[in-house]
Design a protein around this ligand. Structure first.
Ligand code: GLN
Length: 303
């Protein structure tokens, strides 16, 4: 397969589309990003690396981070994680509050904000220095030791994160947050503010495509746990657009409102895209089209 020429074609075709996505305004600091940034990076398990556009420029990974905190919690707690968070698609927007009351404080899945805040609480309980330990984990799995938080983005979200604060307090009222709400939110806002490039994200997600093992041979999750996390990405990774992503792209993946998407084909490849213009579901419009074209042109979808 000539991956570089396929990426080149995808890039050109997507840029020629008439799209109307908008840069997120929910976090003021993120709304300043240049909307025309666009990069794609593909890492194959055979050792190939192919990139195009702004694939080496770092951006705010936002909710893509939820997959990585979940991996950290799952690796320590195993199936106990699911006593506090479910694994069902929510069919609701990522920051929705409505289901939480009916479902007595058990979030539908770990990728909506409510679920990710419960996972953040687990990390705060499990790790001595949660923020440092999360960065160490990211640096180890991506092989880039300069990956860091963007404190301005974290502060900007802290200043305006009224919904997340409401969700965290609501969860606490059901007894599903163990730690101080502000401490948990501080960790959550920081994990969302991490900046990574498409290439670094593709490297970091290598273990999800490699039965839980990093390129260097570190076993992060068991093979069975990896299958399960990939399954949650498939069913819940794009909130109320998870069905559409599965239908059009056919790979497990995770998006963030910074405009990043990471998707993977177990035992084959990891692909990351970035363009900050989002559709009305909060997913990168260009990224979704690019991945749809990529799996169509290569015939490489898990279905
Ligand atoms: N930090 C964002 C929030 O909590 C993440 C949302 C996302 O990327 N979908 O609202």
């Amino acid at each position: 397969m000539h991956f570089q020429s396929i990426l080149n074609e995808v890039y050109t075709e997507v840029l020629a589309m008439n799209l109307d996505g908008k840069v997120s305004e929910s976090i003021p600091e993120l709304s300043k990003i240049n909307p025309s940034k666009f990069g794609i990076h593909l890492t194959t398990l055979e050792g190939g690396n192919f990139g195009i556009g702004d694939s080496n420029e770092r951006f705010s990974i936002q909710s893509v981070s939820k997959t990585l905190t979940l991996a950290m919690a799952f690796s320590k707690l195993g199936e106990k994680v699911w006593e506090r968070v479910d694994v069902e698609p929510s069919g609701d927007p990522f920051n929705s509050l409505v289901q939480l009351e009916y479902e007595k404080g058990i979030p539908r899945n770990p990728f909506i904000n409510a679920g990710a805040i419960v996972i953040a609480d687990m990390i705060v309980t499990l790790y001595e220095n949660p923020k440092e330990d999360f960065l160490d984990f990211l640096r180890a799995i991506s092989g880039s030791d300069t990956i860091n938080y963007n404190p301005r983005v974290a502060q900007s979200e802290k200043d305006t994160g009224f919904r997340n604060r409401a969700l965290a307090n609501f969860l606490k009222s059901f007894g599903n947050i163990e730690n101080d709400v502000d401490e948990v939110l501080d960790f959550y806002f920081h994990q969302c503010s991490v900046e990574m490039s498409c290439k670094e994200l593709a490297q970091a997600f290598y273990f999800f495509a490699n039965a839980g093992k990093t390129k260097e041979g570190n076993q992060i999750l068991t093979e069975s746990q990896t299958k399960r996390l990939n399954a949650i990405m498939q069913t819940c990774g794009f909130y109320d657009e998870s069905g559409e992503f599965t239908y059009k792209v056919g790979l497990p993946g995770k998006s963030g409102i910074g405009g990043g998407i990471v998707a993977l084909f177990p035992k084959e490849f990891i692909i990351a895209t970035w363009n900050p213009r989002l559709n009305e579901k909060g997913n990168s419009e260009l990224g979704m089209h690019a991945l749809e074209l990529f799996t169509t042109k290569t015939g490489m979808s898990i279905f």
